[in-house]
Write a protein that binds this ligand. Sequence first.
Ligand SMILES: C[S@@+](CC[C@H](N)C(=O)[O-])C[C@H]1O[C@@H](n2cnc3c(N)ncnc32)[C@H](O)[C@@H]1O
Length: 258
Amino acid sequence: MTALNIGSNSFREDGWLNLDHPSTRYSNEQAKIDVPHDLMSDKAIALGDNTLTAAYTSHTIEHISDEFVEKTFKEVYRMLEPGGVFRVTCPDSDKLYKAYVDGDKEYLTSWVFPHPDGRQKFFRSFGLGEQLVFIVASNVSPYSKRNSDLARITKGVEVFREPEIEKILKTKSKEDALTFFTDACQERALHLQKQIAGNHVSWWNFEKIKNIMEKVGFKDAQKKKYNESDYEIFKNFDEKNKDSVAQKHYSVFVEAKK
Ligand SMILES: C[S@@+](CC[C@H](N)C(=O)[O-])C[C@H]1O[C@@H](n2cnc3c(N)ncnc32)[C@H](O)[C@@H]1O
């Protein structure tokens, strides 16, 4: 069996190859990288066609622009053997949007983990819309300028404030509003991913992931629960990844077959 973990960071499983892009943000956490690769590049992933049994990516596609997520899914399809399986998990924008609509400040605030430097308390002081926009399109939320280093790096990038965000969320559909913010982020500030690789630039839910999976050739894209899978290799797999465990209440889980 050969399987590939895309955007692996610290998660390493026996028998799996780790693909990741070295960056200052993640260098202290990254496990050994077998396949160094920038997913936002035009290069092919350095693995052959039909060579993988399975591929997995957790909390990575939201760091990549839509165009390159489609390219990554195409690459995964190319590398998987016929019958090979692909599992994707990332923040579920349906859950985040619902929290905004319901006024669930606690859910959105807890996105930022408590830290001795008080970052969660500071995040709480932002509007619900500014919090939602930070989670899907970080560089166009005012929270992206939360300290002097980040304010310097993001200088010149115009951010949306609560009243404008509220107006856009009220007048557009969920999909159109989220796309409005992620497009603005991808147009204005995609270059910042090189310096702030932890930021998010794209929104995802089951339908959007399924559409891209099926567009590149996958069959039978299905929404799954945490730890649930139709495929032996992914049964109770999520609990092995401590970062996936920590994010499970925010996440969507999708799998498909070549
Ligand atoms: C939040 S971490 C997720 C780590 C882990 N997979 C998990 O389940 O939590 C995001 C991962 O995406 C990777 N990543 C971000 N941008 C990338 C890019 N352009 N190319 C490849 N990997 C990237 C980071 O290096 C990091 O490993």
